[in-house]
Design a protein around this ligand. Structure first.
Ligand code: COA
Length: 327
C-alpha cells in the first residue's frame, strides 16, 4: 500500500519571548544569541497549557488550512519529550479531545528526531495494510523543563506543535528512510528525574534539559552531512534533484554548516529556528508549513526531512510534497 502526507497544521503559544527577556535573567545579550544560534524569538506555553493543548490547536489549524476530515483517522502518533503525563499518552488525550472514534494511540520518544520517526512509523503502518489514515504530531512544551540559570541551553528552546496526516494513496509519495542512533553519546543531551547514570556518567536528575552544546553541535553537523548523502543515494537521487532540505531547526549555524558540508544552497534549506527557537519534535513541521504558506514549497517538490537529537538519534526520509494549503 502506498502513502502520502496530505495535510499539515501548526501552532505556537501566544506568549512571544524575544532575546531581551534573557538579558534580564542571565548574563547574555541579543547579539550573542543571534550570532551563535540565529534565534530571535521563541514562544512559551502558559502554566496551564500543556503539550496536548498545543496538539489540539495544531489539529484545528490543520483542519482550517486543508480540505480534510479527521473522523476516519485510525492511528495517532505524538512525538514528544514533554508529555503532559507519562501515562496516559498525549496521543490518547488527543484522541479523546478531537473525538476520533477508533484510533490506535501512542507517543514516540525520540527527542528532536521524533517527528520523522513518526512519519516513518505511519508509512510502515499504511504499507503493511494495518492502517489507512495516521495523524502524526510533533509537539513540545520545553519551557517547562528548561534550566533558566543555564545560559548555554535556556536561550535555545521554545514551545510549539505541528501535525500532519499520512494516508494511503494510489501513488507512493513517501520514499526511503534512514534511522541511526549513537546511544553511547546519550549523556550529551538529556532530561531525567532518575538518580541514575547514562553510559556510566553521572547526570543531574532535576527534570531539566542538560546538554554538552559543543559535542552535540559537532555530532549533528557530521552526522547530518554523512547520512543525508547516504539517503540521497539510497533514493537514487542527487542533491540537485532535492528541492528542499528540512533538517531539525536546532541552531541556524548547524543548518548553515550542513548546507556547506553538502554543497547544498542555503536558500533551499527551510528553518523555523529564527522565529520559534528549537521546538524539538515540532521544528520540522513548523518549517514545512511556513515554507508552504510563503509559496516556496509547491506540489510535487522533493523534500528531505532530517531529525536529530537526544539519544543521540537521527532519522531522515525523502518525500514528495502533496500538500497545498487553503487560502
Ligand atoms: N550568552 C553569552 N555567552 C554565552 C552564552 C550565552 N547565552 N552561552 C555560552 N556563553 C559563553 C560560554 O560561557 C563561553 O564563554 P568562555 O569562552 O568565557 O568560556 C563562550 O560563550 C563560548 O561558549 P561555547 O559553548 O563554545 O559556545 P558555542 O559557540 O558552542 O555556542 C551553543 C553554544 C549552545 C549555542 C552551541 O554549542 C550549540 O548550539 N550547540 C548545539 C546545541 C543544540 O542544538 N542542542 C539541541 C540539539 S537537538
Amino acid at each position: 500500500m502506498n502513502a502520502a502526507i496530505t495535510s499539515i497544521g501548526i501552532y505556537a503559544p501566544e506568549k512571544r519571548i524575544d532575546n531581551s527577556y534573557f538579558e534580564k535573567i542571565i548574563e547574555t545579550n541579543d547579539e550573542w544569541i543571534r550570532q551563535r544560534t540565529g534565534i530571535q524569538n521563541r514562544y512559551y506555553a502558559r502554566a496551564d497549557e500543556f503539550t496536548s493543548d498545543l496538539c489540539v490547536k495544531a489539529i484545528e489549524n490543520l483542519l482550517e488550512s486543508n480540505h480534510t476530515d479527521i473522523s476516519d483517522v485510525d492511528f495517532i502518533i505524538v512525538a514528544t519529550s514533554t508529555p503532559d503525563h507519562t501515562m496516559p499518552s498525549v496521543a490518547s488525550q488527543v484522541q479523546a479531545r478531537m473525538n476520533i472514534k477508533k484510533a490506535g494511540c501512542m507517543d514516540v520518544s525520540a527527542a528532536c528526531a521524533g517527528f520523522v520517526y513518526g512519519i516513518i512509523l505511519a508509512k510502515g503502518l499504511i504499507a503493511s495494510g494495518a492502517n489507512k489514515k495516521v495523524l502524526v504530531i510533533g509537539a513540545e512544551t520545553l519551557s517547562k523543563v528548561m534550566n533558566f540559570e543555564d545560559r548555554t541551553s535556556c536561550i535555545l528552546f521554545g514551545d510549539g506543535a505541528g501535525a500532519v496526516i499520512v494516508e494511503a494513496s494510489e501513488t507512493n509519495y513517501i520514499f526511503r528512510s534512514i534511522t541511526e542512533t549513537d546511544g553511547g553519546l546519550g549523556q550529551n543531551l538529556y532530561l531525567s528525574n532518575q538518580p541514575a547514570t547514562i553510559n556510566g556518567e553521572a547526570i543531574i536528575n532535576d527534570n531539566k534539559i542538560h546538554q554538552n552544546g559543543r559535542a552535540v553541535f559537532k555530532w549533528a553537523v557530521s552526522t547530518l552531512v554523512e547520512k543525508i548523502k547516504n539517503l540521497v543515494d539510497l533514493n537514487q537521487k542527487t542533491l540537485k534533484g532535492i528541492d528542499w532540505l528540512i533538517p531539525h531547526s536546532a541552531n541556524l549555524r548547524i543548518l548553515e554548516a550542513v548546507c556547506e558540508g553538502l554543497n547544498f544552497p542555503k536558500e533551499q534549506c527551510l528553518e523555523s529556528v529564527k522565529l520559534y527557537g528549537n521546538t524539538s519534535a515540532a521544528s520540522i513541521p513548523i518549517a514545512w508549513y511556513n515554507g508552504l504558506r510563503s509559496g516556496k514549497v509547491r506540489i510535487d517538490d522533493t523534500i528531505i526531512l532530517a531529525g536529530f537529537g537526544g539519544g543521540l538519534t537521527f532519522s531522515s526520509i525523502c518525500v514528495q510534497n502533496r500538500i497545498s494549503l487553503r487560502g
